[in-house]
Write a new protein. Structure first.
Length: 409
C-alpha cells in the first residue's frame, strides 16, 4: 500500500523550523510495509492545503499530515480535509468537555478560539493527545485513510507510537515487518557499506547505511509471512554483520552511548569523573542526560586553559613539552580528574575545535584520555574541521572508548 506525507506550516517553508516530523514518519512507514510515494511541505493557506490533500489522496492509500491543528486562524488542516471530502465540521460536545477540563486542570479558562480544536467531520474520529490541546483526526472514506497529527514533535511522536501506528497495523494485511538497527563507530560510511556487502546480497532483509551523530547506523528490515520467519532473517543478517564489524558495533535500536555506559558503570560499581577542554562541558552534559547518573558520575571539569589544567594537577612541564593537545596531556587530564574527585575512572578530551590551528596542530585533531588508578591510555581522532561537529564527534569517541573499556572488564 502507498502512503504520502504532508508537512504543514509556513514556518517550515521559511526555514524557521526544521521539519523533523516527515523524516521520523518516513522512517516508521517501512515497519508497516508501506511504500512512501511523496513528501510535501505546504504553507498555512487553505487553497494550497486543499490542493496538497487532493494530490496525496489521488496518489496514496494513506495520507499522513502533521501541523495546522492549533487554535489560531492560520491553523487550517481540519478545514482543508473537510473541504476535500465535502463534509461539514461541527463541535463535538465530548471533545469540548475534554478541552475545558484540560484548561481547568492548568488553572486557566479556555480561550474561545480553542473551540475549533473540538471540531469533527462525520468521517473523522478524534485521536487523543494527552500532551497538548490539539487532538488528531483519523479519517476513513472510500477505502482510504487520512491521519492528521499535531506539529510539535513530542506530541506527534507520542500520538504516532501510542495511537496511530497500532491502528494502522491492525488495518494493514499480510506480512510481518521487523526492524533492527546496529550502531557503529570508528569506520566511515563507505567502509561500513563495504563490510556489509554480503548482507546487501541477501535481499531480505533489506539494509540501509546511514551517517548519524553517534556513528554509522545499519538498518535491517525483514519481511516474512510470520513473526518467526522475519526474526530468523534478522538474526542471520545481524550475525553476518557482527562477524565482520565486531568491536565497531557499540549498540542496537534505541541504545544511546550515555545510557549504555551508565548501565555498565552501575553494574560494575564504578565511578567516573571527566576533564574536557575542546568540548567545553558537552561530555559531562551528555553523561548526565541519563536519569540517575549521579549514582556513578562524580562530576567534571571544563579545563579550557592551560592554567586551569595545571591547577587541577596536570604537570605544567608535560604541557610545555608535548602541548595541551597531545596524547600525554589527555592521559594526564584523565588521571587528574579521577584523582581530584576520587573516581575509579577518569575520562578526558582535548583537541582543536577550529577553525584555526592550535600549537601548530590542525583543526579536528582530538585526543581522548582514559585512566583508572593504575593505568592510562589515549586514542587519537581526526574529524572534519567544523567546530560543532568536532565537539560532538569527540564526545561520541570518548563514550565509545569508555564503553569498550567497561565491556572488556
Amino acid at each position: 500500500m502507498k502512503a504520502g506525507i504532508i508537512s504543514i506550516g509556513t514556518e517550515l517553508l521559511l526555514g524557521e523550523v526544521v521539519d523533523t516530523n516527515a523524516s521520523y514518519i518516513a522512517s516508521q512507514l517501512p515497519l508497516l510495509g508501506l511504500d512512501l510515494q511523496s513528501v510535501m511541505v505546504v504553507p498555512d493557506r487553505i487553497r494550497s492545503l486543499v490542493e496538497a490533500f487532493e494530490q496525496a489522496w489521488q496518489r496514496s492509500d494513506i495520507v499522513i499530515a502533521t501541523g495546522g491543528l492549533g487554535p489560531t486562524q492560520d491553523d487550517l488542516t481540519r478545514e482543508a480535509i473537510a473541504q476535500l471530502l465535502g463534509e461539514q465540521m461541527t463541535v463535538s460536545t465530548n471533545l469540548e468537555s475534554d478541552l475545558r477540563a484540560m484548561f481547568a486542570a492548568m488553572g486557566r479558562n479556555m480561550p474561545p478560539t480553542n473551540i475549533k480544536q473540538a471540531a469533527l467531520i462525520p468521517s473523522a474520529q478524534a485521536i487523543p493527545n494527552p500532551r497538548g490541546t490539539a487532538p488528531g483526526w483519523w479519517v476513513e472514506k472510500r477505502a482510504k485513510i487520512i491521519v492528521a497529527m499535531p506539529g510539535p514533535p513530542g506530541e506527534m511522536q507520542r500520538m504516532w507510537e501510542a495511537e496511530v501506528m497500532p491502528r494502522l497495523r491492525a488495518k494493514l494485511p499480510g506480512e510481518v515487518v521487523l526492524l533492527r538497527t546496529l550502531k557503529c563507530f570508528g569506520l566511515s560510511e563507505a567502509e561500513v557499506g563495504e563490510k556489509a556487502g554480503p548482507v546487501f546480497a541477501m535481499g531480505n532483509p533489506t539494509i540501509g547505511v546511514y551517517a548519524k551523530p553517534d556513528g554509522i547506523h545499519l538498518r535491517l528490515i525483514a519481511r516474512a509471512s510470520g513473526q518467526e520467519k522475519a526474526a530468523a532473517l534478522i538474526l542471520a543478517a545481524e550475525n553476518k554483520l557482527r562477524s565482520t564489524l565486531a568491536d565497531q558495533i557499540w549498540g542496537t535500536d534505541s541504545d544511546t552511548l550515555e545510557s549504555m555506559v551508565g548501565k555498565l558503570l552501575s553494574a560494575k560499581h564504578l565511578t567516573l569523573a571527566t576533564m574536557e577542554s575542546c568540548t567545553g562541558g558537552l561530555l559531562a552534559s551528555t553523561i548526565t542526560d541519563v536519569p540517575g547518573s549521579s549514582a556513578y558520575f562524580k562530576g567534571g571539569f571544563v579545563a579550557y586553559t592551560n592554567e586551569m589544567k595545571t591547577s587541577l594537577g596536570v604537570n605544567a612541564r608535560l604541557i610545555e613539552r608535548h602541548g595541551a593537545v597531545s596524547r600525554e596531556a589527555a592521559e594526564a587530564m584523565a588521571q587528574a580528574a579521577g584523582r581530584q574527585l576520587k573516581a575509579d575512572i577518569g575520562l578526558a578530551v582535548t583537541g582543536v575545535g577550529g577553525p584555526d590551528p592550535l600549537e601548530g596542530k590542525p583543526p579536528g585533531l582530538v585526543y581522548v584520555g582514559l585512566a583508572d588508578r593504575e593505568n592510562a591510555r589515549s586514542v587519537e581522532g581526526r574529524y572534519p574541521p567544523r567546530r560543532a561537529d568536532v565537539k560532538r564527534r569527540a564526545v561520541t569517541q570518548a563514550l565509545v572508548i569508555l564503553h569498550q573499556e567497561l565491556a572488556s572488564r
